[in-house]
Design a protein around this ligand. Sequence first.
Ligand code: AMP
Length: 406
Amino acid sequence: MTFKELNLVEPIQRALDLTGYINPTPIQAQAIPHVLEGRDLLGCAQTGTGKTAAFSIPLIQQIYTSKEPSRGIQALILSPTRELAIQIDNDIATYGKFTGLKHTVIFGGVSQHGQVNALKRGVDILVATPGRLLDLIGQGFIKLGNIKHFILDEADQMLDMGFVHDVKRVIALIPRKRQTLFFSATMPKEITQLADSLLTDPVKVEVTPPASTVDRINQSLYYVDKKDKTKLLLHLLKEKQMGSTLVFTATKHGADKVVKELIKSDIEAAAIHGNKSQNNRQKSLQAFKDGKLQVLVATDIAARGIDIDELEYVFNYELPNVPETYVHRIGRTGRAGHGGVAIAMCDPDERRELVNITKVIKKDIPVEKEHPFSLPESSLKTPIPKQTAHSLRQSKGRSFKKSVRR
Ligand code: AMP
């Protein structure tokens, strides 16, 4: 199928021609016709599947072709993180370039001044994170009474980040008569319940990136002592002459420590995490995208929404407690049809996490033994550490089988 077969209006088709996209991704092919008809949608999909265009394109078209005169914000898109919100707004700018529709993005961590000015100029489509949205509603700068389309993106992440109450407060302010599009990478019980309460007779679309994306990515596993991880990272960066590399750490402090060591070894690196100001995060991300930074070290929350087409290497410096997070992380590479390399570092204490990850991806990650920090076999034969209370709590309610079908 090509985009030409989707009955898109000329200004959108023209914008798509500029992007060079020819074929809609599976989620786009399945979702766009139904969303154009005004149906509600339940999308089980993660970033990397083309889901942003799957909702943005039909949303723009509906507003563009609606005969009603604009009376304020007509579409609201909620995103859990600032990075993802900015990414969505950029995509709307791309697809809506020739439609004349007005859009803006609001998020916390920066001055509200520019955002308020943009709102005052009038907005058709608003992309927002929940906190700043409620803040500006409270100050009287935003009215949601004219919303006709509501999009909740990455609902499971909203839940994980503790935003569900904020989301519910926002929903209570939107007219009941509206189109709702609901996206989540995983469908734990709380998310299914939230979706049921929001959607009316939705079209259900489920795409399967993990298996397909994961298959395209060249994964390898290095057993290494915790204390040698940075040395191994430095060794691999040099030996394999790695270009743009994204490194995931478990903590903000850990991210800062890795960056310090990399800089000491003359590698251009920066960290992005929740303790960095929004401007700083954006600056680092832009420098990374522009190729001025070789390595970006990130925690999961800051990395949501990072969309770099040509990112080649992703490191799991520490293995995540939630196995699905491994799939999210490595899915930063191998995007939009490109290949990629994902390297996992596992110290003997992380073998429980490794077992859980291999259950989710349904295969073993090939072990790379030939490296200077390789561990003796004996250290891997000790009993596998028990599941921690934290990891148990984190994975509760998530079915392995389901997560594989994301
Ligand atoms: P998303 O899942 O929305 O984060 O999109 C993932 C990436 O795929 C983004 O870099 C998009 O620019 C790209 N993309 C989206 N739709 C298409 C398409 N139909 N063909 C090629 N690339 C696409």
